[in-house]
Design a protein around this ligand. Sequence first.
Ligand code: NDP
Length: 288
Amino acid sequence: MVAERIDGKAFAAELRERIAQQVAALKAEHDLVPGLAVVLVGDDPASQVYVGSKGKQTVAAGMNSYEHRLPAEATQADLLALIGRLNADSAVHGILVQLPLPDHIDETEIINAIAVKKDVDGFTVANTGRLATGQRAMVPCTPLGCLMLLRDRLGDLSGLNAVVIGRSNIVGKPMAALLLADNATVTVAHSRSRDLPAITRAADIVVAAVGRPGMVRGDWVKPGATVIDVGINRTESGLVGDVDYDSVAEVAGAVTPVPGGVGPMTIACLLANTLTACCRANGLPDPE
Ligand code: NDP
């Protein structure tokens, strides 16, 4: 079997196009323009690249982008004051603080200072709790993108066995919550899990969010399974995922490549969340 290559890049481009149309309609019908504020502290090169492309794509979708770059020595108080101002600014519908923050900053306190309705990354305790209890939430962008790709390929996920490898707050746990909400039977594996290949071989869906190049191999996968590779690992041979694409593609039904799979979905979902936040802030229904 040669697996279908799930083209996240094309899917994300279509999603961004749809968002741009909805943004244009919002402007025409309600004179509203969604605004996304991105806060970057310090000069981490990877973070600078991410923030740059988020800004570009925000503007390309017809939204306003507000970038706030603070020096690495900015204090907790500086950041809290900035977030306070953004929370109060009615032109800002979404606030994203680019992680990681410098060591002297208490990341948890900063994230939780973001107004829940503007928390487009879905990382505040309030949004995490809402997602876990089935209430309307802002859903973290990377797992939301994975869910969209899974629904697109598989339709109804009810009763399917899903294994999420990784239990981080930003990917693994919200991914598991989303799959559970879609009625999959969910196993969350991590570094202490025993006989991981046996666990993944029983799965219809495998989501790998680990940070270990090529960890999931073909003999870990059930024939016909759908494999979503969240991993982004910089190696000497370039950017690779957590899935050994070639061997998995011989067994799986479908698999996402790295790059060009989950990565592009993350920013597209950030735009989707910003549009949703703008609609909710103005008493309008969520966009379709
Ligand atoms: P974390 O480092 O926070 O979490 C990694 C998880 O993998 C942990 O739960 C850890 O277990 C588990 N793990 C580590 N080693 C093993 C192992 N040998 N077997 C099983 N589980 C293991 O990473 P993130 O969740 O932040 O990110 C995961 C990957 O996804 C990274 O490569 C990251 O770059 C990428 N990423 C990609 C995004 C995108 O847009 N495509 C967005 C965000 C992340 P334990 O908890 O026991 O330590």
